[in-house]
Design a protein around this ligand. Structure first.
Ligand code: ADP
Length: 560
């Protein structure tokens, strides 16, 4: 193993163009001696002539120089010294035994390659000149008659040296250029990588400094990025016995209720299912526990090709606002409720007094005015309470009955049919019978009617509205899709906000109040259900209404 490594190290120095004079020279000497040994073994006596000793002497000096000179500190031109001396030694050897074996001449390739590898074109020129002076000229001096053929034969060696040198220096220049360009592109990639890493760090620092929780998921719902605030929020929603729950295991309620949010209606899940929304409030505990409450918003992320690549969901802590507004509404409700009792009593007693036939006319008149005002006050107080009740979505009292969503959808289609016909909109139905569930038929029919009337209203003449019902795991659902004007992601994000109307609808001059969807959603949420939307501008919209199979009447006093 060690032997193989040292041979490999030796050979890599021999072929390395930049240095390793000693190894190169040793390599050459080995071949030089090898060839002379072979020749000597074949009994040719010239080997032992004085000229051969000259060649050996040159080799000894060249080898000594290769070992002792401080090559790294010398100018590159010095590198030509040893190979040129080698060519001189070869020239002598060639004189002695060139006629016996051409292998002697072949030896010259070693210093030629060495020179070309180290000094490129300059090395090639030196090698050619050395071959010319040391091999060709002495050779020519020995021929008895200087013929053209003799000159041509003598020039063979310099020409060979030139072509081998040019080949080697050309190939090396090309390899070095390629190596330099790969080094440059590697450096460029390193710079880009470092830049990307520092950008990522910067982004992480920025989002970590925000108090809102941010989570970025890919299109399959895997977390790509989560800031520190979101890690904390995730903990808030985690069940006590589970340190790292997935989204379906989180403890999440519709705020102010004891209704857990079904897994597919949780903010991140909705975002993964391509929904865009704003102000979707969720709580970490049931009503009355002062549970932390968050408002979630989601936006879809597009890649450079404009394809959906995931979503970002932002959670803001609205516990304080939520509690304040709840306390405020409760206060108003309590005050109006408390005022009603004494007021009713005042009116009762006034009635009693006025029933007295002996009451002077003047006093009766005054008491009548007092009673009228008391009644006005009672109406006002009752209106206040009523207002509060209608604001408190939780106060939505459900009249639960066993019914089929598919049948309610069929009735809603029947009611809208005349309007669709006059608007030139075709209605297609695909109503798979759904199982009976407990629901408030009046409210669900109203919600369905709203979705259908919107679909017809926002679909131009010639369009189609499709109504489908289906049953999926744990829920029945009805969808209303249209081929109408559609909505942008930004518009969809604001749907379900009181009185919101999309700019697209306003531009089309279509009348509306922007309240129907909010009411529909409240009715669904009161059932523990949900409405989701998919829409594309100019293509159409699809509203899907989901109702859990086991609806429990919401606890009183729930708010959204
Ligand atoms: P209204 O239709 O009375 O304005 P809604 O609350 O039902 O009120 O709808 C709110 C807004 O949502 C509408 O004004 C419209 O801009 C948009 N919208 C609702 N349904 C659709 C639909 N099917 N296609 C396009 N836009 C719609």
């Amino acid at each position: 193993m060690a032997m193989r490594d040292s041979v490999r190290g030796f050979m890599s120095e021999v072929v390395d163009g930049r240095g390793g004079q000693a190894s190169k020279q040793l390599y050459f000497v080995l071949f030089f001696l090898g060839i002379t040994l072979i020749v000597a073994a074949s009994g040719i006596e010239q080997v032992l002539t004085g000229a051969y000793l000259w060649a050996i002497a040159i080799l000894v000096v060249a080898t000594a120089l290769a070992y002792v000179l401080p090559w790294k500190r010398l100018a590159p031109g010095w590198d030509a010294l040893v190979p040129v001396m080698d060519i001189a030694a070869i020239a002598i050897l060639r004189q002695l035994m060139g006629g016996v074996t051409p292998a002697v001449s072949m030896l010259a390739f070693i210093p030629v390659i060495w020179l070309a590898g180290r000094l490129k074109v300059t090395g090639t020129v030196i090698a050619t000149a050395a071959a010319l002076l040391m091999i060709s000229v002495p050779g020519l001096m020995q021929v008895p008659q200087l013929t053209a053929l003799a000159i041509l034969q003598a020039l063979i060696w310099p020409v060979m040296a030139l072509q081998v040198g040019l080949l080697i220096s050309g190939a090396l220049t090309l390899i070095e250029a390629q190596a330099a360009s790969s080094r440059a592109s590697l450096r460029e990639k390193e710079v880009l990588l470092r830049h990307a890493a520092s950008q990522e760090q910067l982004l992480q620092n920025v989002i970590d400094s925000l108090s809102a929780g941010i989570v970025v998921v890919d299109r399959y719902g895997h977390d790509l990025l989560m800031n520190r605030a979101q890690q904390h929020i995730h903990q808030v929603f985690s069940p006590p016995e589970n340190e790292d729950p997935n989204e379906s295991q989180l403890v999440m309620f519709y705020p102010g209720t004891a209704i857990p949010i079904p897994a597919e209606d949780r903010p991140v899940r909705r975002a993964v299912l391509k929904e865009t929304f704003s102000n979707y409030t969720v709580a970490a505990g049931p009503a009355g526990t002062g549970a932390p409450t968050f408002s979630a918003s989601a936006r879809q992320i597009l890649n450079v090709d404009g394809e959906r690549d995931g979503a970002v969901v932002v959670f803001s802590d609205v516990t304080t606002f939520f509690e304040m507004s709840r306390a405020q509404r409760k206060f108003v409700a309590d005050v109006s409720h408390e005022l009603r009792t004494p007021l009713t009593s005042v009116i009762g007693y006034l009635d009693l007094v006025m029933d007295d036939p002996e009451l002077p006319e003047r006093s009766r008149k005054h008491l009548e005015i007092a009673e009228r005002n008391a009644e006005q006050l009672l109406t006002l107080v009752s209106d206040l309470l009523q207002d509060h009740i209608s604001q408190e979505q939780g106060a939505m009292k459900l009249d639960l009955q066993s019914a089929r969503l598919s049948e309610l959808a069929a009735q809603a289609v029947e009611s809208i049919a005349p309007r669709a016909a006059s608007g030139g909109v075709r209605i297609e139905v695909d109503l798979a019978q759904t199982p009976r569930t407990d629901l408030d038929p009046a409210r669900i029919t109203l919600a369905l009617g709203n979705l259908l009337s919107n679909a017809v209203k926002y679909t131009p003449r010639g369009g189609t509205v499709t109504v489908r019902t289906s049953t999926s795991d744990g829920a029945v659902q009805a969808s209303v899709s249209d081929t109408g004007i559609g909505m942008s992601d930004k518009e969809v994000a604001h749907l379900f906000t009181d009185y919101y109307r999309t700019p697209t609808a306003l531009q089309h001059n279509i009348a509306g109040h922007g309240i129907g969807l909010t009411l529909a959603r409240r009715a669904l949420v009161a059932h523990g259900g949900q409405i989701s939307v998919r829409s594309e501008p100019g293509k159409g919209s699809e509203f899907t209404l989901r109702l859990p199979l086991d609806v429990h009447e919401q606890p009183p006093g729930r708010v959204e």
